[in-house]
Design a protein around this ligand. Structure first.
Ligand code: CA
Length: 216
């Protein structure tokens, strides 16, 4: 099993550094973002098991970022890092779907315990959710629900048709498929065009550095 990936969103360089060292020491894979916009980009292009989110951030506040993330992702555990006097933010953060918060300055042991608890809760709620939601071939992963395609942590942008084709191919690994089968499954029964369209789209996928493993 690969390491769990944590995104640290924290503009105070020292705190972010300490968090990174401690989490890496615990075996987590860590990335950092230092403002709200950078964090949103990192969130969208990576696959995270947990997000540590500072509330007071330049660019976009942690609360706004939380709102953006929760608009279409209810599952990734998010722990807010707040200052003592940010009571209002704690409350609205929890209302907006943060899983927990911890007040700065905090003891690292307490934060680590809360991280473990949030990760446990998630895997208890949705057993094998990662394995079920993601199709994987080698280092290529695909999520049918969110329509994300990742190589390692790099996102690959596909058109809807390319995506559907890749889903079909990944679900039929090691099977010999005729062009007709593929066209029927991906383009539908009412497709009247040339079945060479399959070759064309497989080329598109290859161009995007995706190897369609079931193609002969
Ligand atoms: Ca801050």
């Amino acid at each position: 099993m690969s390491n769990q990936r944590v995104l640290i969103v924290e503009d105070e360089v020292k705190i972010a550094r300490v968090l990174q060292l401690e989490l890496e020491h615990e075996g987590y894979e860590v990335s950092k973002a230092t403002d709200g916009l950078e964090a949103l980009a990192a969130y969208r292009t990576g696959a995270w098991d947990l997000i540590l989110l500072d509330v007071m951030l330049p660019g976009m506040s942690g609360i706004d970022l939380l709102r953006r993330i929760r608009a279409d992702d209810l599952h990734t555990p998010i722990i807010l890092l707040t200052a003592k006097d940010e009571v209002k933010d704690k409350v609205s953060g929890l209302d907006l779907g943060a899983n927990d918060y911890i007040t700065k300055p905090f003891q690292i042991e307490e934060l680590l315990a809360r991280i473990r608890a949030a990760l446990r809760l998630r895997s208890a709620r949705s057993p094998l959710s990662n394995e079920q939601e993601w199709l994987a071939v080698g280092n290529l992963k695909l999520n049918e629900k969110t329509r994300e395609v990742l190589r390692e942590t790099d996102r690959i942008e596909l058109t809807p048709r390319e995506f559907d084709l890749l889903v079909y191919l990944m679900k039929h690994q090691r099977q010999v498929l005729t062009r007709e089968q593929i066209v029927e499954a991906v383009w539908g029964f009412d497709y009247f065009g040339d079945t060479n369209v399959v070759d064309v789209y497989v080329r598109y996928l290859r161009k995007k550095s995706i190897k369609a493993t079931s193609q002969r």
